[in-house]
Design a protein around this ligand. Sequence first.
Ligand code: GLN
Length: 312
Amino acid sequence: AQAEFQRIQELLPAWLETSRLTTPEGAVATYIPELAKIPADALGIHLMNGQGEFSSAGDCGFPFTMQSVSKVFTLILALMDRGEGEVFAKVGKEPTGDDFDSMLKLELVEPGIPFNPLINAGAITVSSLISGRSPVEQSARILTFFRELANNESLDYDENVFESELDSGHLNRSLGYFLKHNGVLEGSVEEVLHVYFRHCSIRATCADLARMGLVLAYDGTDPITGRNLIPRRFVQIAKTFMTTCGMYNASGEFAISVGLPAKSGVSGGILALVPGRYGIGIIGPALNKKGNSVAGVHLLQRMSREFDWSLF
Ligand code: GLN
């Protein structure tokens, strides 16, 4: 294991630069205007092991909003708050094969709940299940939980991205009202969307994602502090969703080419983990057609192949 870590440290900077060359194949997301400003060819990675040793390369200090990566951890918090029964009464467990913001299957497929918690409709539903007396309190609980997982008290929101999403989130708003119409959402749709946009706009670096991934890699215990932060069962559920739905409708292809639990976000972040070994955070804002970081996926493929990380 130590030899592998040393090889990673040696090879990572050169591999990262090779992967950076793929960024012209993608483009930054523009439907959230604030995200359109991110430099497309940024690429950074941070990998951390259970002893707290890390290897990083490229633009690893580049801050970005977590976007859909946050959905994994709000799901976990909802499970901790409500338990499996209540959560899975409202969201399903199956991949869709559709785009992450699609409305298609909401209407057509029984029993009329979102297919899974990682598509937007599912994540909006999960936001509504977070305990708290107000959206502000729900959001504060989410931020506190994320800070614990990242072991970073200074984790906070990017207010500009939050405002930008609030202004431009017409499709998410329509998903919310659709869910309300179908009795999936309780309470005010605008308040639920507030909680959802808030957690999508939490700003992090690759190091934060790596540390959060490390907690999942160690079944819910931060191996460095020894603190148990998540019940193992809920980590198991989260990792399963990451494997089946974490890379949107490219999750099957990613399972074949990389074979690790991972979650991507529209700002170009990817959180991946090697069970029992590493947490990995990547930022690469240029996205492919399916919405995943082009260079980030390229880099993970290379590493997984080289070190035989595929779980399959
Ligand atoms: N906040 C984004 C949205 O709701 C999250 C989507 C994503 O990262 N794919 O559109």
